[in-house]
Design a protein around this ligand. Structure first.
Ligand code: GTP
Length: 303
C-alpha cells in the first residue's frame, strides 16, 4: 500500500462523513456566499478550529478576488492553502551520534505504548537497531504490552517490575544501548500517577538521566495525543508543553474519528510540529506526517 493509500484509508471516516461532496461544492470558478458557508461548515465540523478555518477562508477569498484561471483546479487551491497552515519537521533519523533517544510522553490511553512499538518499526525499517525502555512502571499491563511488541518486532525491551523507578529503567536501557552499540532508544513513560505534578516531576527526572548519560539527548520528546479527544486533548497537551520541551506531536487514532481535521487545531494551538500520525491499529499504521498527503486524503485528491 502506498503512503497516500495509508493516509486515504486512515482518514476514510472524516472524508466520508464530512468531506464527501467537497468536489461538488467546490468546483466553480467563482466563490459565492453559499459555497463559502458550506465549506466553512465542513471545515469547522472536522475540528480544524475556528481560527484556522477563518484564515483559510480569508485566503481563499483573496485568491478568488483575483479570479482563478481556467488552468487552476479549485480543489488544489484549497489544498495548498490548507497545507500552508500545517507545520511539520522531520523525525530525527540521524544516529551518527548514537544512541538517539526518543522520549514519548502523554496521558494514559493516548496510544503511547503502541506508538513506541510502531515507532520502533519505523526506525527498524531505516535499518536502525532499537531498544525499547518500559518506563511506564505505573501499569503492569503497559510493561507486558511493550514486551509483547518487542517479541513481535524482534526488538530488545528493557523492563523492571511494576512500581520500580522509571529513571532506573531508562538508565539500564542506556547502558544496554551503549554496550551493544544500539542506534535508538525509545522510552515509553507513564501517563498517570497519583498526582499530575508527580508525573511531570517523573518525566523531568527521566529527561535529566538521559541528558546526563548521553550528550545532546533526548533528541526527540514526542507528545502522543489521542486524535479523537478534540479540545480536551489540546488542553492536556498544553500541560505537558509547559512541563517539558516537546519536539513534536504524534497524533494517534485518526482512523477512529470523523473529526480528522484536528491536526490543524493542534498545530495552531500548541505551535509544535506534527511528526507522526496514527492511522490504524496495525504495526505499520504509524506514518511520518506528510501535510500534502494528509490534506489530499481529507479532500479525496488522488495524486
Ligand atoms: N485505531 C487505532 N487505535 C490505536 C492507534 N494508536 C493506538 N491505538 C489503540 O489505542 C489503545 C491504547 O493504546 P496504548 O498504547 O495502550 O495507550 P497508552 O497511551 O500506552 O496507554 P497506557 O499504556 O494506558 O498509558 C490500544 O488499544 C491501541 O491499539 C491508532 O492510530 N489507531
Amino acid at each position: 500500500m502506498s503512503v497516500l493509500d495509508k493516509f486515504m484509508k486512515g482518514l476514510t471516516k472524516t472524508r466520508k462523513t464530512l468531506f464527501h461532496n467537497i468536489k461538488t461544492i467546490f468546483s466553480g470558478r467563482t466563490l459565492d456566499e453559499d459555497t463559502l458557508e458550506e465549506l466553512e461548515e465542513i471545515l469547522i465540523m472536522s475540528d480544524m478550529g475556528v481560527d484556522v478555518v477563518e484564515k483559510i477562508l480569508e485566503e481563499l477569498k483573496d485568491k478568488y478576488h483575483n479570479k482563478i484561471t481556467d488552468q487552476e483546479d479549485p480543489l488544489l487551491i484549497l489544498r495548498d492553502i490548507m497545507v500552508s497552515h500545517l507545520s511539520t519537521s522531520p523525525l530525527i533519523l540521524d544516529t551518527s551520534n548514537a544512541p538517539l533517544v526518543v522520549l514519548l510522553v502523554g496521558v494514559n490511553g493516548s496510544g503511547k505504548t503502541t506508538t513506541a512499538a510502531k515507532l520502533a518499526k519505523i526506525y527498524m525499517n531505516y535499518g536502525k537497531d532499537v531498544v525499547l525502555a518500559a518506563a511506564d512502571t505505573f501499569r503492569a499491563a503497559a510493561i507486558e504490552q511493550l514486551k509483547e511488541w518487542g517479541n513481535r518486532l524482534n526488538a530488545t525491551v528493557i523492563a523492571h517490575q511494576k512500581g520500580s523507578d522509571p529513571a532506573a529503567v531508562v538508565f539500564d536501557a542506556i547502558s544496554h544501548a551503549k554496550a551493544k552499540s544500539k542506534d535508538v532508544i525509545i522510552i515509553d513513560t507513564a501517563g498517570r500517577l497519583h498526582t499530575k505534578s508527580n508525573l511531570m516531576d517523573e518525566l523531568k527526572k527521566i529527561k535529566r538521566v538521559v541528558q546526563r548519560e548521553i550528550e545532546g539527548a533526548p533528541q526527540e520528546i514526542l507528545l502522543v495525543l489521542d486524535g479523537t479527544t478534540g479540545q480536551n486533548g489540546i488542553i492536556q497537551a498544553k500541560a505537558f508543553k509547559e512541563a517539558i520541551d516537546i519536539t513534536g506531536v504524534a497524533i494517534t487514532k485518526l482512523d477512529g474519528t470523523a473529526k480528522g481535521g484536528i491536526a490543524f487545531a493542534i498545530n495552531h494551538e500548541l505551535n509544535i510540529p506534527i511528526k507522526l500520525v496514527g492511522l490504524g491499529e496495525k504495526e505499520d499504521d504509524l506514518q511520518i506526517f506528510d501535510p500534502v498527503k494528509y490534506c489530499n486524503a481529507l479532500l479525496g485528491i488522488e495524486e
